[in-house]
Write a protein that binds this ligand. Sequence first.
Ligand code: GRF
Length: 202
Amino acid sequence: TRVAVLISGTGTNLQALMEQVKKPSSSAEIVMVISNRPGVMGLKRASMAGIQTRVVDHKLYGSRAEFDGTIDKVLEEFGVELVCLAGFMRILTGPFVRKWSGKMLNIHPSLLPSFKGVNAQKQALQAGVRVTGCTVHFVAEEVDAGAIVVQEAVPILVTDTEDSLSERIREAEHRAFPAALELVGSGAVKLRDDGRIDPEQY
Ligand code: GRF
């Protein structure tokens, strides 16, 4: 499966995905990395791995539709079959999400549906929960609401700060996202037309 990874920053999830697809057992290859911001560490990681990169800078587009359209063109040009949003900090438009329905995954640093939106780690800390985690899900038009593929639980320690908790969640992300990539990339897990995943697929 030809995979594109979309990033906006450090790219530690990208790094985990790149390491996963190098395994002989992997059913995926990363053929493109797109960042909406220039000069980020994730682009260096991709280049060092010999993966082609593009910067599609959202500030240069008059509308979200034009920005998404440019991304879509790159994906088509490279014959991409599966898109992984790895710390990609842009909301994608309905038409783009619908086109890539069932072929686009996102990672979120909480156990959805709890703590949707930004600073999910801080929300969990402030809510006083003792367990949080990360979620890899199919991207749906509603933000952070698509069918869940993989989750991993992470304990919250009494000594935790937003940083220490975020670091522990990120370690879980680096296991969960590669696992989800293989499940979807191998065809083992598919999104049904009703937006749900077949339970017997697990
Ligand atoms: C991760 O915390 C992820 O949950 C969130 O953005 C961050 C991406 O980090 N969506 P990185 O760029 O993969 O290191």
